[in-house]
Design a protein around this ligand. Structure first.
Ligand code: ADE
Length: 390
């Protein structure tokens, strides 16, 4: 992770985060551990809990605990109550900066009235930002949020290429099916959906996109995909991948039409996109685990639907999440966002703020340098031209 490493070297040389109390609710992977070490190198005190009990890598937690440099409370597959207790404890531990994947920690701190000493928070997911903007509109948001997820490097690396590749990795690791020649239905055509659709197409699948936004739907069509309502796609798909951020995009009426052995996977942050109660209600028996992380639901007419990773985010639950190259830029950006908050020292207004484009550019510059890629610069005459209006 050379980009994060470069930020870490700068932090270690001049620990600008000295004494800063950071609470982070993230997927507990090896890459997250590297990020936590970089924050420590900047002088911060770091406490971690899991953004999803199924994404926790226990060996990473054990390594961090053995090192004793950061506080960690998480275990893979922990029951919801234990997961919620860890979240609640972290939210009430008087952090000055929060780092969140899904806004769970930030919302929990607000519910507990524990926001007094909070300088600000960093949110890394688009559903998390939807929640926080809803709180801001209600006048309930009490701190500044930096919208890291909306930075361009995030959209490129994290959403398009990271989610694009690792989602298919999760589907393939769980099922070992051949994608070539199969019909893959992608529900949602944001940056992540675009990545999933493109990777599936590259693997030889026939790709159908379902999207509620007319601009995105049009883009999907112009990108070469079939576009149709989910009800029409339901009868065609061999593999369904939800990546929309909305609840119940696959529900009873769709299950009724699906082919025998259709595979259902969710790549959205929350496990709400496939209507799990409706799936259970449509089945004649409780599901049977036919392969690790593949639950088979048998419907009344004998058709079998295969749900992956219990509808949880499939790239992390059935695979290892984004590759390190992706988390490299993502965590470098988050580290710069934390530094920005620390420097602002609570002067940013409560509300959701875009991340300064200079930070995004800095990450892109470091990434290009790590790849050994040089680019041109405009000379003075060119700069004058593009800045003037005549
Ligand atoms: N989110 C997606 N992939 C991840 C990874 N490898 N580590 C941390 N968070 C992630």
């Amino acid at each position: 992770m050379p980009v994060l490493g470069a930020v870490g070297e700068r932090f270690a040389a001049a620990p600008g985060l000295a004494g800063l109390r950071i609470a982070a609710c993230l997927h507990l992977t090896a890459e997250t551990a590297v990020f936590a070490r970089v924050l420590r190198a900047g002088g911060a005190r770091v406490a971690l809990c899991a953004a999803n009990p199924l994404s926790t890598q226990d060996e990473v937690v054990a390594a961090l605990l053995a090192e004793g440099e950061v506080e960690v409370s998480a275990a893979r597959g922990e029951p919801r109550a234990a997961y919620a207790a860890h979240l609640a404890r972290l939210a009430s531990s008087a952090p000055q900066v929060m780092i969140d994947d899904g806004a769970e920690l930030i919302v929990c701190a607000h519910e507990q009235g524990a926001t007094a000493g909070l300088i600000g928070a960093v949110e890394n997911t688009s559903p998390g930002l939807v929640r926080l903007r809803a709180m801001a509109a209600d006048g309930a948001l009490r701190c500044a949020i930096l919208a890291v997820n909306e930075a361009l490097t995030e959209r490129i690396f994290n959403d398009r290429y990271g989610t694009g590749q690792s989602t298919l990795d999760g589907v393939l690791r769980a099922t070992n099916i051949l994608l070539a020649g199969r019909t893959v239905v992608v529900l949602g055509y944001g940056f992540a959906g675009r990545g999933v659709a493109r990777r599936a197409q590259g693997a030889g699948a026939v790709v159908v996109v379902c999207e509620v936004d007319p601009l995105r739907a049009l883009e999907a069509r112009m990108d070469g995909f079939a576009v149709m309502p989910a009800l029409a796609a339901a009868a065609l798909g061999d593999v369904f991948i939800t990546v929309s951020g909305a609840p119940s995009v696959l529900r009873g009426e769709h299950f009724e039409l699906m082919r025998d052995r259709a595979v259902l996977a969710n790549a959205g942050h929350f496990d709400v996109e496939i209507d799990l109660p409706a799936l259970a209600a449509a089945a004649v028996d409780p599901p049977r685990e036919v392969l690790p992380l593949v639950d088979e639901y048998v419907l009344a007419d004998g058709r079998r639907l295969h749900l992956l990773a219990k509808g949880r985010v499939v790239n992390l639950a059935a695979a290892a999440g984004h590759p390190a190259e992706v988390m490299d830029t993502s965590f470098a950006l988050q580290a710069l966002a934390v530094e920005h908050l620390a420097r602002a020292g609570g002067s940013l207004e409560a509300g959701v703020h875009p991340l300064a484009v200079e930070l995004d550019r800095e990450v892109a510059r470091l990434k290009l340098a790590s790849l050994g890629i040089e680019i041109d610069e405009l000379d003075e005459r060119q700069q004058r031209y593009v800045r003037s209006f005549r």
